[in-house]
Design a protein around this ligand. Structure first.
Ligand code: BF8
Length: 648
């Protein structure tokens, strides 16, 4: 009790000190410089500091120093005999007898399975929406890409000849839903991977059997007294991740394309400057395009337009955040306000009428931020209710009408904006997005042969997928932007998703003019094709597009994915989903560099397995490097080794 009191007193004095420091311009300047490289975000961060509006960086500072046992993965609270923590040399085992290796491995599998579940459940929501649309029970949805529907149907062995689109869509969605718990013990879309890669999975016993099964089995395995072999637990992690990448996430991507359209190159803009002073600003935040696509349609509704006029606004300005934003940017060119660490700052412009959220990566504290302004936070998923938010539950059956209601609430809120408190902090940066696998193939003239040719000739040395989040442990966007710049300078083309892509966009790297920053070979290719050196491939579930791209390239070359001059990187990752993505990259044969150390340092055996041992199993491994310049060196060395092995 007295310890708690002392700790609280320390915290209070920390807060007092923090408050006093806010009067010091040098301290503010230092905080701005250490928090972000996003120049347009800085005036808003400055406002939050001066006005005492709490942000993720403030909470991060207050949480320091973190518990060193938890940081190393050495604490366990999964059963009621504990909680336990391992102190090397003092307390070597938890009450159940688990050692450091087992505790670290179980914690990691738990984290990974959480991420895989989040992606795959999102995928299921999309497939269910296609099903409801096919049987005529959805509100406002249509099949937009019938060609892709037919391609997918053929992969699943579904007859398309002489049948209506809806009949095919019904059979396809049922076949995909069945894959979540299938008894056939294989996932259909894993057949997209080259045989050599699938053979490695078979040999290692990590071929994914169904989407839900691997996640449920992960939960089983982390129960006390199931597995005690850290290696066996971690291998199942790879299988679970594969069920996400080649299963749940891939369904999410493919069926989103069927419903909302397969992305093609499109121009738009990014950063907090996309907020408009004289319009109703609505940000769409989260991951699932099911609601946000309906909001895009609802703003053209005549009743809404009349309401906008009545309230005196020039129109409605939709802006994206995180991966819902990426989905809308890729297909509709909706401007992006920012990535993960920008979410509170959008509200703190003072000009946001509504923050509409679905699920994942949404700070639970957003309603607290919104309470400093007139902004309404509106939650829309039954899975993701947030205290302080107004809930408007959306289902496939009511989507359009609820979307319209939400937009009307935002418009009604426009007169409540305090015009004296609005800060529009800068001008947006132009970006080119929309690079689905189909769009890349088309840009290359209909085949991947020219890309392979360019790689073989060395004009392009290789390809790297930079993915993942922001994390206050890393200066906002610095890891992504620095790594991407270093790689393109070395003639390595980058494909990006999620918050990594948004970081590049804000830094001007997603514009065709950024070709000037690339090495001579890549620069020439980009200028000829009119594309940027960094291709935005979508949201985080769209990391599945990167898998498909790699699989296509490997098949063309007649090799496994592991033999390609390719790599992955997650310079600023934070989420459980990112653990799953990194793991399915590695399990698919992609060397992957993490910029943030996972919570595994307490088990040297786990570290060794992930950073070295996996090489003999899946011919790929992880590396951890927080310095993006050194990460680039690691990746360049890896790519050159792969080129040499291929004799190119
Ligand atoms: O799924 S990159 S912070 S927004 S988890 Fe989240 Fe990470 Fe951003 Fe998208 Ni992905």
């Amino acid at each position: 009790m007295s310890n708690d009191k002392e700790r609280d007193e320390v915290k209070i004095s920390e807060l007092e000190r923090a408050k006093m420091s806010l009067m010091n311009p040098e301290i503010i300047a230092h905080k701005l410089d250490s928090r972000t490289i996003d120049e347009v975000a800085k005036p808003i961060i400055e406002r939050t500091l001066k006005e005492g509006i709490e942000t993720v960086w403030d909470r991060f500072e207050i949480q320091q120093p973190p518990c060193r046992y938890c940081s190393a993965g050495l604490s366990c609270s999964r059963c009621a005999m504990g909680p336990c923590r391992i102190m090397p040399g003092i307390r070597e085992r938890g009450v159940c007898g688990a050692d450091a290796d087992l505790i670290v491995a179980r914690n990691l599998l738990d984290t990974l399975a959480t991420g895989a579940a989040a992606h795959s459940d999102h995928g299921r929501d999309i497939v269910e929406t296609l099903y409801k649309t096919a049987i005529g029970e959805s509100d406002g949805y249509v099949i937009t890409d019938g060609q892709k529907l037919n391609v997918l149907a053929a992969e699943f062995g579904i007859d398309v000849e002489g049948r209506s689109e809806n009949d095919v869509a019904r059979d396809l969605s049922l076949a995909m839903l069945e894959e979540y718990g299938t008894v056939k013990n294989r996932l259909q879309l894993t057949e997209r991977a080259p045989q050599q890669t699938r053979d490695l999975w078979g040999k290692a016993g990590i071929t994914p059997r169904s989407v839900d099964r691997e996640v449920v089995e992960s939960m089983h395995r982390v129960h006390m007294g199931v597995g005690a072999s850290y290696a066996n637990i971690l291998l199942h992690g790879l299988r679970t991740a594969l069920s996400d990448g080649w299963g749940g996430s891939m369904f999410g991507t493919e069926i989103s394309d069927v419903l909302f359209g397969t992305p093609a190159p499109i121009m738009s803009s990014m950063n907090l400057g996309v907020i408009k002073e004289d319009m109703v600003n609505i940000s769409l935040h989260g991951h699932n395009p099911i609601l946000s696509e309906m909001v895009v349609r609802a703003i053209d509704d005549p009743e809404i337009k009349a309401l906008v006029k009545e309230k005196g606004a020039r129109g409605i300005n939709l802006v994206g955040l995180c991966c819902t934003g990426n989905e809308l940017l890729m297909r509709r060119g909706v401007p992006m306000a920012g990535n993960h660490l920008n979410q509170e700052l959008v509200i703190a412009t003072g000009a946001l009428e509504a923050m509409v959220i679905d699920y994942q990566c949404i700070f639970p504290s957003l309603p607290r931020t919104a309470s400093c302004f007139h902004t309404k936070v509106i939650s829309t998923s039954e899975k993701s209710k947030v205290p302080g938010a107004i809930h408007k539950g959306i289902t496939p059956e009511n989507a359009y009408s609820v979307a319209k209601e939400i937009v009307a609430m935002a418009v009604d809120n426009y007169p409540n904006r305090d015009r004296n408190r609005v800060i529009i902090p800068g001008k947006p940066v132009e970006v080119m997005a929309g690079f689905s696998v189909e769009a890349i193939r088309k840009a290359l003239g209909g085949s991947f042969d020219p890309l392979i040719d360019l790689i073989a000739k060395g004009k392009i040395r290789g390809a790297v997928g930079i993915v993942g989040c922001n994390n206050p442990k890393i200066k906002h966007d610095f890891g992504h932007v620095t790594l991407a710049k270093e790689l393109i300078r070395k003639d390595i083309i980058c494909v990006e998703t999620g918050c990594a892509a948004v970081a590049s966009g804000k830094a001007g790297l997603l514009s065709p003019e950024a070709a000037a920053l690339a090495g001579p070979g890549l620069s020439e290719v980009c200028k000829t094709l009119g594309i940027p050196p960094i291709l935005h491939m979508g949201s985080c579930v769209d990391c599945s597009r990167i898998l498909v791209l790699l699989a296509e390239l490997a098949r063309k070359l007649g090799v496994g994915i592991d033999q390609l001059p390719a790599a992955g990187a997650a310079p600023e990752w934070y989420s459980q989903k990112a653990v799953s993505i990194g793991s399915y990259f590695v399990a698919s044969g992609v060397y992957t560099v993490l910029g943030v150390m996972p919570k595994i340092a307490g088990s040297q055996n786990t570290v060794d397995l992930l950073t070295s041992g996996l090489d003999s199993v899946v011919h790929a491994k992880f590396a951890v490097e927080s310095d993006p310049f050194r990460s680039a060196e690691l990746i360049v060395t890896h790519i050159e080794e792969k080129r040499a092995a291929l004799g190119i």
